[in-house]
Design a protein around this ligand. Structure first.
Ligand code: NCD
Length: 467
């Protein structure tokens, strides 16, 4: 199949079958890394890194050079026209005219989606703020598969800054699709964001057990766990979910411990930083003596700071430098696929353990904005052309998820577009929590952040407006 304009903005842009096929290609490429110098000859990759990077940028550039292609780059926002107030869309259109593929890292969440919307060539997200980092996930999964020969039904523990860590977010969604059990060990105040948890339970239909619900036996045996997420290990087992015993899961040990650093740059006030930095959990030799870690792969996307002791480096369980090294063959496979230089067999959703839910998109301009200040849709240079768009995740209660950054908003007032039949006096709005909200068809939904917004659009309060 020719991929046309396929992008990798979120890890969900690649079905599980394609991920496995990319890994087989990466295996071939790793075995004879110099044999592919003709594959992308004459192609140009634009490497746009507007946040610090060592591994991701250099492994992408090395991958493109190994494929016989060329690299053009911009690595400093201050040295590009973005500093003059140029929009991301304009930059994307221009760079898309110079290159055959664009790799972008940007501090705003959702920036890579905007580049993909405007570049006209395949776009790869190399990290957009605290949102996602799908190619790091490919390196992580590739490492696990190399060591464990499978990606299915594994028990993976995620450690550290689960709130701001984009690598963790992409990894979670992929693991859920491969039927994993995920254990969460967050630093203080660094638990998974609510929208990630909701996405796990609504889209991947797994079960999340908070630590207070775990039985005492399980809790005593292990270092403090915040929560455990269990995906059904095959679709037909969904009905049997309540029977899965967390304790049995935990006793079987952890396949991989994924350590992350405190993402200081994404924490707003200095006080918050001090608070989370104080008791940030550390992985060292002593911790790894625990029985549950006997056969555990110790992973880290790197760079590490103090959360992973150097004494672990000589332990055969440490995987992080291998993870970084795999970046080249994995990105070679991805680039040659997206550039249409290599075909890979496509297997569709049937190969996934969990069939994802798709939601209707809310596009009306009714004044509701994404609540995330760091979302691309809220930036001064971008509001001129980006219209907020949301997935309608639920009508009871009303929950909209931003299509750029995944943050959620629950507007307070709703109306339906088929009730007023063009007659002004029938244009009524209701409280989002009233029984009317549940009756509105997603395609007719209109939401308002405030009564003022509703009234500015000529809607009048119904009897079902609670103040
Ligand atoms: C990560 C990133 O940039 O999100 N690094 C990487 O790409 N390997 C992790 C981090 O910076 O902590």
């Amino acid at each position: 199949m020719h991929p046309g304009n396929r992008n990798l903005v979120t890890i969900d842009d690649l079905p599980s079958g394609e991920i496995e096929a990319l890994f087989s290609l990466a295996d071939e490429m790793a075995d004879s890394i110099n044999a592919y110098a003709g594959l992308c000859q004459g192609k140009i990759m634009a490497s746009l890194f507007f946040e610090p990077s060592t591994r991701t940028r250099l492994s992408f550039e090395a991958a493109m050079l190994r494929l016989g292609g060329h690299v053009i780059s911009a690595v400093d926002i201050g040295a590009s026209s973005l500093a003059k107030g140029e929009s991301i869309a304009d930059m994307a259109k221009v760079v898309g005219g110079y290159a055959d593929v664009v790799v972008i890292r940007h501090p705003w969440e959702g920036a890579a989606r905007v580049v993909a919307d405007y570049a006209g060539v395949p776009v790869i997200n190399a990290g957009d703020g605290g949102h996602e980092h799908p190619t790091q996930t490919l390196c992580d999964l590739y490492t696990i598969r190399k060591e464990r020969q499978t990606l299915k039904g594994l028990r993976i523990a995620l450690w550290g800054d689960l709130k701001h860590g984009r690598t963790v977010h992409s990894l979670i969604y992929a693991l859920a699709r491969f039927g994993a059990t995920i254990l969460f060990y967050p630093g203080p105040g660094l638990e998974l964001p609510e929208h990630v948890i909701r996405r796990l339970s609504t889209e991947y239909r797994g079960e999340l057990k908070r630590s207070e619900d775990l039985d005492q036996g399980a809790k005593r045996k292990f270092v403090p766990i915040d929560a455990v997420y269990v995906t059904p290990s095959s679709p037909h087992q969904l009905a049997m979910m309540p029977d899965i015993s967390i304790q049995v899961e935990l006793k079987a040990g952890v396949d991989a411990l994924y350590v992350t650093r405190l993402q200081k740059e994404r924490q707003a006030p200095a006080a918050e930083q001090r608070e989370s930095g104080k008791d940030y959990p550390v992985v060292d030799r002593r911790l790894l003596r625990g029985k549950e870690f006997e056969k555990t792969l110790v992973m880290h996307p790197l760079p590490r700071v103090d959360e992973l002791a150097c004494e672990v480096d000589s332990d055969p369980r440490s995987m992080y430098f291998k993870q970084a090294a795999y970046g080249v063959p994995v990105r070679m496979a991805l680039l040659s696929f997206l550039l249409g230089a290599r075909e890979i067999p496509t297997q569709e959703a049937g190969d996934s353990f969990v069939k994802k839910t798709s939601y209707p998109v809310y596009k009306r301009d009714s004044g509701v904005r994404c609540p995330n200040k760091n979302c691309v849709s809220n930036q001064e240079t971008e509001v001129k052309y980006i219209k907020p768009q949301f997935k309608t995740v639920s009508l009871d209660p009303v929950i909209l998820r931003c299509i750029y950054c995944d943050h959620e908003v629950s507007p307070r007032y709703v109306a339906s577009s088929d009730w007023h039949q063009g007659k002004r006096e029938n244009k009524k709005y209701h409280s989002a929590g009233s029984h009317w909200a549940r009756k509105i068809k997603p395609e007719n939904l209109i939401v308002f952040a405030s009564e003022k917004e509703a009234q500015a659009r000529q809607f009048k309060p119904s009897r079902y407006v609670r103040r």
